[in-house]
Design a protein around this ligand. Structure first.
Ligand SMILES: C[S@@+](CC[C@H](N)C(=O)[O-])C[C@H]1O[C@@H](n2cnc3c(N)ncnc32)[C@H](O)[C@@H]1O
Length: 455
């Protein structure tokens, strides 16, 4: 732990703590503890990232109620907290000591016990890697690895498996499973993304080899935390929390696999009938990079050969559910054919403005080439970020752009029938239960999800 000068590490811990200290409100803590087989004899409970001790404190109260005469050695054997940040450690210890004094211990005995029960350390690096706990009750930190300050990030990258390195939450879940007995259980408040995101599929698969989902529910972000992380003064954390209980796979009807899990949806429901993907082609509209290069306005479009342009639409062309007249054109080029001199000249004069991730070779290819995008049929455009499913009818020959979704009839259903399916309450409920949530009631819609929509 002393590989780096203390000051660097301590500074990193300050930043880490400031970014991850979102504490859990008591009712949520109690609700999760209610679902666990604890306290129970020698079974050991840990909160691996205990903050100011919300879980440890409520667990201690239950322990003292169940075993009023419990001795100190047994107390610290069956209940433990870990915390990396010195001030949070002192807060958690103070909470424990206060409860012990109220239970009749002397101040010094209570302080000593609190010192042993709440460990000041880094659970990811120093926590046990063998099965020692029966119960893990936690609200683990979540922070994308790119935002984890150095030198902590280097240390974690060296010590953790690749599949657990996208976010600290993934690292914690992985380490928790490692330290859990075969008959153990994990109850956690987490952000929902590890259940949904493709980047966590290997993690889900790994955890699913041992544990299944015994309980999963969405929590209200307004009331789940009692000291929410403030991004701006007064704003709520940008997370969609869930309460989840994981137990041995043999005890759970809902398995955890690499596939996404949708909180709020029936975990065991398996739709066997046709889906949108069976009756329609659901495509992602291309992203054409920095505006003004492959996506040009009408004025610029007039200066370029018509046959190399396609009218293009984005969500700002939609007003009250109706598509207006396209105001932009996309330059349609082909990989193996050099465009006209006019188009080439325009591109060469503007490509220096293209953002780095939009650069392609040959130079006349847009960031996401759309030469094969089928524009021969009318389709439904579905905005990829929306509060509801709001398909808009678009005529053939018009290109959707910027990762919106296009739905072309490809089976025995007409476009009108697809429109009716998409705008039904049932479809919206289905999507609302599964689509990743954004802020202010918006959802992020993707082709993979829409293809699975039951029709
Ligand atoms: C989301 S808070 C949860 C605190 C508490 N469990 C609760 O629910 O109120 C996460 C806590 O994890 C701590 N933490 C972050 N990284 C840690 C690590 N590697 N080891 C131990 N604690 C860590 C942070 O300092 C923060 O206090």
């Amino acid at each position: 732990m002393d590989l780096f000068p203390q000051t660097d590490r301590e500074a990193a811990i300050e930043v880490l703590h400031a970014s991850t200290a979102i504490y859990t409100a008591e009712p949520v803590v109690d609700q999760l503890l209610d679902m666990l087989d604890w306290p129970n004899d020698d079974r050991r409970l840990v909160d691996p990232s205990c903050g100011d001790g919300a879980f440890v404190g409520r667990a201690l109260q239950r322990l003292l109620m169940a075993y009023p005469a419990i001795d100190d050695a047994h107390l610290v054997h069956v209940l433990e907290g870990w915390e990396i940040h010195h001030f949070a450690v002192s807060q958690a210890r103070a909470r424990v000591a206060e409860l012990m004094v109220a239970h009749g211990r002397s101040h010094s005995a209570a302080r000593e016990l609190a010192q042993s029960m709440v460990r000041h350390g880094d659970f990811l690096l120093e926590g046990p890697r063998e099965p020692v706990y029966h119960v893990i009750a936690a609200n683990p930190p979540y922070l994308r690895f790119v935002n984890v300050p150095q030198p902590l990030r280097d240390e974690y990258e060296r010590s953790l498996p690749d599949y657990a390195q996208a976010d600290m939450l993934h690292s914690f879940l992985d380490r928790c499973v490692l330290s859990l007995h075969s008959d153990g259980e994990i109850a956690a408040v987490t952000a929902d993304r590890w259940l949904l995101n493709a980047s966590a599929s290997k993690l889900r698969q790994k955890i699913g080899e041992r544990l299944g989902i015994a309980h999963l529910e969405r929590l209200d972000v307004m009331s789940a935390f009692y000291r929410p992380k403030l991004r701006r003064r007064g704003s709520l954390p940008r997370v969609h929390p869930v309460g989840v209980v994981l137990r041995h796979v043999s005890q759970c009807a809902a398995k955890l696999t690499s596939s996404p899990v949708y909180p709020g949806a029936d975990l065991q429901e398996e739709h066997l009938g046709p889906t949108l993907g069976d009756v329609a082609t659901v495509q992602l509209a291309p992203w054409l990079g920095t505006p003004g290069i492959f996506l040009v306005d009408e004025l610029k479009g007039r200066a370029l050969p018509r046959e190399e342009l396609v009218p293009a639409i984005d969500t700002d062309d939609i007003s009250r559910g109706q598509l207006g007249v396209p105001k932009r054109y996309a330059i349609r080029t082909q990989r193996d054919r050099q465009p006209s001199a006019a188009v080439l000249q325009h591109l060469r004069a503007n490509l220096h403005r293209m953002c780095p991730r939009g650069r392609r070779s040959p130079e006349w290819l847009p960031p996401e080439p759309f030469e094969k995008f089928d524009l021969s049929q009318p389709y439904l455009l579905v905005p990829r970020i929306a509060k509801t499913l709001t398909p808009v009818r678009v005529a053939a020959g018009i290109l959707p752009v910027n990762h919106n979704l296009s739905i072309v009839a490809a089976g025995d259903k007409t476009l009108d029938e697809l429109d009716a399916i998409l705008t039904s309450e049932r479809a919206m409920d289905w999507v609302a239960q599964r689509a990743p949530r954004l802020e202010n009631g918006y959802f992020s819609l993707c082709t993979r999800l829409l293809r699975k929509l039951p029709v």
